[in-house]
Design a binder for this molecule. Sequence first.
Ligand code: DGJ
Length: 729
Amino acid sequence: MKLISIDERRRCFLLHTADSSYAFQVNAAGYLTHLHWGGRIDRMEDLPETREVLCHRHCPPLRGELTRQEYPGWGGEFYGEPALKADFPGGVRCSLLKYKDHSVRIAGTAEELVVTLEDAGYPLLVKLHYRVYTDAEIIERWSEISNHGDTTVILRSALSASFNLPTIDRDYRLSHLAGRWGKEHTIERQSINQSKIVLESRTGLSGPFAAPFFALDNGDASEHTGRVWFGSLQWSGNWKITVERNGYEQVNACGGINDFDFSCPLKSGEIFTTPPFCAGVSEEGFGGASRMLHAYQRQHLLPAEITGKPMPLIFNSWSSMGTGVSEEKIMQVAGMAATAGAELFVIDDGWQAALGDWWADQKKFPHGLKPVIERVKTLGMDFGLWVEVESLELNSRLYREHPDWVMTFPGRDTYCNIRDEKRTPMLLNFARQDVAEHIYLALRGLISETGIKYLKLDMNCYFTNPGWDAVPPEERQTIWVKYVHNLHSVFGRLNQEFPDVLMENCASGAGRSDLAMNRYFGRMNRSDNQDTLDILRMHEGFTWLHLSRMAGGGCHISDAVYHINLRKIPMKFQAYTGIMGSLSIGKNLPSCTAEELAEIRSYAELYKKLRHIPQFGELYRLASHYEHPYAAFEFVSEDKKEALLFVLGHSIQFAGKVPAFRLHGLDPDAVYGIEYFGNNPRLEGYTASITEYQPISGRGLMEIGIRVELLGDFDARILHFKARQASGF
Ligand code: DGJ
């Protein structure tokens, strides 16, 4: 498949994925002008001329504001959101970025077009990268800004990309992921009139108030139908995505590192590289957009060794023990966790000598971690540990030795998120090279000495005092960016050295819900909120961006579900919902009855039997808890021979029956046998109830659908469809 076509004479560029195209051209004034982003265009001749995409008759055709630039500098008659704003020597504050040259390179299954722009008055070059793949419906964009002059240029804003949307006959609708701690990935929607909407993070992390993602449609797209333009920025710190409709009905979405409190001196010869912004167009609604992002991540983003393996069943100490872990308690519970079916045993917060001192607390673990690790391994489980390496506390050796490593403004309070009197956390200035190196060595040592197979990275503070007075004043605001680069570099190196260690991106539960983290972390804490009813909504938003298999956390099956809403939820509902992701047990096992332990074990067995389908298959969200008192998620294996339907109901009323679910993505000609989990014995007495299924074809399942009975509150079913062999199911 041809990925990049170039008309050298017209200086016109056409990029392709299998189902979409993206085009731009150099206009008469030398600006790179957007022509098309949407369905597939095969002929260069079909593209409009640059003047034809202008929306207003009464303006000079080259007026900056109307020229839909691919990467506008702030300057001239451009009044929209600039991709670049810089201060040049002599007090010049505008940038006019004009086409200089281009090149194409091939990188594996991808091709990359690099178009170089140059400022009209100063040797500042901007290389625009466009990467397209043969095996992904995604275009990746980023930029490299380099100073070829003798004098320092100050970058005030340097975005990754600017996307121009086609003009349509009605208002666009913006969908995005918002929230806060305990309510992450909430889907929000609004229509775009003449205005500017800013989605952003200023916490120093990429969340938790928004995730770096946007989706735009004409207001009619549904989960399964309609065209959706979408994009996600791969950045784990402050970011900004601006969606703007200007006075000429032109809609633009641009984004990158947040320009808030940002300034970066670019000395002679230096290069500033912006993070990738990946984007695509789905013709199959929001579900199609998610599947495109999922496939792209599987093939090109996630840590390969981890993604190829099933997610283990995890026992995590947090919800049952809090920070009160000890050798004695772990020894007591490890055997029970193994009997319950756990494959990985994780000691959460509390094992460490102090935040910053990443060795075992001597009082709690008088013999170090060795005996507990041996016990866990003898029981046939892998072992994992929690860390929060960006924090340190007053009462740590690290602080005594390096008080200057703390992130602070002179004379201001250094503490953040004080959780109890015993702990006074502060943030390390990870932007410092020596700090990052120290953490890298500490973690490398910890992983090699303990042989852990799992590392949970927590982060419970937002930046409160992002000061850095050890560097010259003009470099201090680079702290936001250098911090993130170092964070990625530390975990990128660890991932390379220990590719079989599964790392969890926890960050207090989705505090860093961005695709950049997914390059190194195979699991994510979707939320600290384990109330399974809330999860039905959060999981929908979570899977807009992330693979369902990444949905972790410490305690899907646990009593921790109560702590947010004080709602009691049956264990079956917790477990069935958890099986869609990376299931974990957080129950206080010693206090469970024999029946409860047996019940947990049955869910462990079910998880192991079924997990290959949600973890390696395609996701179709069939019913949303935003619209119904139930949610339904379907997963189909790659070869279409197996599928799972999860139906999770809450508060069914008036003896109502849930409508049939029409499945998606099956082989129409295959006949599927159905195994059924989660029968509700109270349904047995009703003649109209359906608790048994006959084999049915893929076509039947997709056209007619399948009915699933739900009763009352918190009722859940899993249906397992398996294409029949000659010998039957
Ligand atoms: C917040 C995390 O989200 C929890 O899972 C747990 O690890 C605590 N921090 C520990 O402090």
